[in-house]
Every structure is written in C-alpha cells, then in structure tokens.
Design a protein around this ligand. Structure first.
Ligand SMILES: [Zn+2]
Length: 429
C-alpha cells in the first residue's frame, strides 16, 4: 500500500511541475517585461548587499541548497516526465465501469480491431490457440490521455487503456491479438511477478508485454501480462483473436489489468478510436476469404480453399442461391439476413460480431466457416465426407437451413447446385 501511495505522490508532483512550466511559458506583453526589468534591478542591489554581509559558511550552504533544488528539478523534468509519458510509471485509479464510457459514440464505423481481452476458454485450430467463449466482464480502470485524477483532481497522463477483468485470477484471462500482425517486441521474464510494483523485472514499467505491428502500420501493445503465459515470440505472425498471453499485474502495476496501447507512427493514440465494446469478440477463425470478382466467385473460391470438395461446395452454393441469390445484403420479412439467411439469434450474432461490416461477403463467409467449425460440427463433418452434390444439398438444407422437407426436396436447390457444380469444377469461372 505504501508503494501505491508513493506512486500517487510522484504523479501529483510531476503534474504540478508540468503546470508550472506551462504558466512560465505564457507570453507577456512588452510593457510588463519592462516593468519587471526595473523592479528586478532594485531587487538585485538588495540581494548583493545581503550576500556581501553573509558569512562564507552560510554562502556555501545557500549555494549547495540552490544547486540541489535545481538538480532535482532537472531530474524530474528530464528523467521522470518522459517515463510518465511512456506509461513506465503505471497507476491504477478507481475506474469507470463499461456503461459510463462516453467515447463509444466517437468510435470509427470502420472498426477492425477486436477487444483485447477475452474469456478464460481457448480452442486450438491448426496449432493456433484462439480465445473461445464469451469474454469475461471488465471494467475500464483508466482511460487514455490527460485526465483529472479521480482522487486529487490533478492532471495525469496515460498512454493506453487499462482494462481489468471482473472475474478470474492472475494468469487465467486471455489476452488476444486485437488484429493480425507480426510480433515485434516481447518481454517474457519469469522473474517478473504479478505482485505490487516489481521494478526489478525487465520490460520497464510494462512488465511482461507483447507489441504487434499490423498491416496498417499501427502497433498494439499489451502490458502487465502474467509470467510464463506469453505464447508468442518476436517474428511470429499472429491471427486476430489469437491468444498471446494471460492478464496479470507484472511491472509497475498495482492491480490485475491489461494495459492496452495503439500507436500510430510510434505515437500512442486513444485505443477507443480502434476498439469498442461493440466489436469485442470471443473467438477467431483462421478462415481465409479469397475475394473474387463478385459474391458468387468469392463464395466458390473461399469454400474450395477451406477444404470442401466440389460436391460439398455445390451443395452449399445451391442452398445459398435459393436463399439469397448470393446477396450478402439480402434481408427477408422475418429479419433473416445474408447469404444463408441467418435468423434470430444467429442474425444478431452476425451483426454484433462484425458491426457495420456484417453485410460484407467476407464477414459472412468468415461467420459461416466459424459456425460450421464450432457450432455445427456434425454438418461440418458431413460436408467433409464423400457424398454426391445432391446429398450435400439435401443434408445442408435439412440440418443447417432447416426450411422443412418440402423445400429441401422440391428440386430448386438441387437444380441450383447442379448448375453451380460445373462452375465450381471449372475453378469458379
Ligand atoms: Zn495503463
């Protein structure tokens, strides 16, 4: 607890120094400067007289004290202030909970970064571990930027967003890559404990951390992770949603949380410009979507690329053409949406997962493959089996689309499948 208080003190002193510097920089007009010079010369005479009368011993003490004060000021301004900027000195304040965040309305509509903490569950796909299940509840303990400290009202700077899980212990809650990219920095120090203010561990104040560079040139940084939980190394290529470690409190941190940064051109910016509660997502798929010249070609290329046979792709496409004519923005009178006309809870899940881009063909193919891989394992295993395109068409209709026997046997879907089968065999041309 003493450590916490010391940290608070440091922060406050620095804030005050900074505001003094700002005051000194205020430009005065010329008249004021002249007045100041006049009164300064009178004062100088009096000071000189006093100094001459002072014994040598006192002069030395006076000079030593002045030098000491000056050196301390230089130390604070040159050394500690930049560390604060970099959030090397971390401070957890009482936070707002999720409902009181006001920044969501300013969030860009073109979000492609995911919420960086998930659940404690994971699943493994092709050797890669993804966060699975519903994300745990969380509280934003500290927001980005200069803000008034809730205790003191003084200004303090913070280079990221502090997100604390509301359940789970050290080393259990998934930290996930907010976006695909390449790992560029890692501190994975087994001596870096998740206890209070461990300054001896490497990684500066961030403790155990990972930084990832993304294709848009931005980087994301994940700080204070629990020791021995980081699963990536420098140079690794990571998928969006991949688990890179677990939430802890290593480094200069006073409680379990993730310190999450987004940097544009190496400068930390407000993470809430990139992530939002609305685009948090528990799990990722590693599905590659191959974009074609139209939705039909994109569907065909992507399904083939994900390992489905020509017959299975024909069965899937026959159903999609009957449902939506391959239009990802198709919406029916019941509110069912997309290429396979997801209804009710699935339509909601599609929309909450992809936000404004739910009606994009790539979102829907990613969602379909995710559904098949995770929620419809028996349908998926049938589609990977050896069957005719007629059998695939009927099975998918009955077990995924479920419009009833009459629709599944009336030949409409089978005819679409038959026409698509030639197109699929011709490499989707
Ligand atoms: Zn922080």
């Amino acid at each position: 607890m003493n450590n916490n208080q010391d940290n608070e003190e440091q922060t406050n002193n620095i804030s005050e120094n900074n505001s003094n510097i700002e005051n000194n920089n205020i430009v005065v007009d010329d008249n004021n400067v002249i007045d100041e010079q006049k009164s300064n010369s009178n004062k100088k005479g009096m000071v000189n007289l006093a100094l001459r009368k002072m014994p040598l011993k006192w002069k030395i003490i006076l000079i030593t004290v002045i030098l000491g004060i000056l050196l301390s000021a230089v130390f604070i301004i040159i050394l500690i202030a930049p560390l604060m900027e970099l959030d090397i000195i971390e401070k957890i304040s009482t936070g707002n909970n999720r409902s009181s965040l006001s920044n969501y309305s300013q969030t860009s509509s073109n979000i492609s970064y995911w919420w960086p903490i998930g659940s404690s569950e994971t699943r493994t796909e092709n050797g890669v571990t993804y966060a699975d299940g519903e994300p745990v509840g969380y509280a934003v303990k500290s927001e980005f930027g200069t803000r008034n400290d809730p205790y003191t009202g003084n200004k303090a700077s913070h280079s990221g967003l502090d997100i604390a899980p509301l359940s789970g212990d050290y080393g259990t809650v998934n930290v996930i890559a907010a976006k695909s990219g390449t790992v560029i920095r890692v501190n994975n120090d087994p001596t870096c404990e998740s206890n209070s203010l461990n300054e001896s561990c490497n990684g500066s104040g961030y403790g155990n951390y990972v930084e990832i560079e993304h294709q848009d040139g931005n980087t994301t940084l994940y700080g204070h992770m629990h020791k021995n939980t980081i699963t990536v190394s420098v140079g690794d290529i990571v998928d969006q949603g991949q688990v890179i470690g677990k939430v802890g409190s290593s480094g200069r941190s006073t409680g379990m949380h993730l310190h999450f940064e987004v940097r544009e051109n190496s400068i930390a910016v407000n993470p809430l410009n990139y992530i939002s509660e609305n685009n948090e997502r528990p799990s990722a798929t590693s599905n590659n979507v191959l974009m074609g010249s139209d939705s039909k070609q994109t569907i065909c290329l992507t399904l083939k690329d994900n390992g489905y046979s020509n017959e299975a792709v024909a069965g899937l496409m026959g159903n999609m053409e009957a449902e939506s004519q391959f239009r990802p923005n198709a919406v029916n009178e019941l509110g069912c949406v997309g290429i396979v006309q997801w209804c009710f809870s699935l339509a909601n899940e599609l929309k909450t997962t992809y936000g404004d881009s739910w009606s994009n063909i790539d979102s829907q193919l990613d969602f379909l493959l995710h559904e098949l891989n995770n929620d419809f394992p028996s349908v998926n295993s049938y589609l990977h089996g050896n069957h005719t395109f007629e059998e695939h068409t009927y099975y998918f209709c009955m077990n995924f689309e479920r419009p009833g026997v009459a629709h599944c046997t009336d030949g409409v879907r089978r005819n679409f499948a038959k026409n698509n089968y030639e197109y699929i065999k011709n490499n989707c041309q």
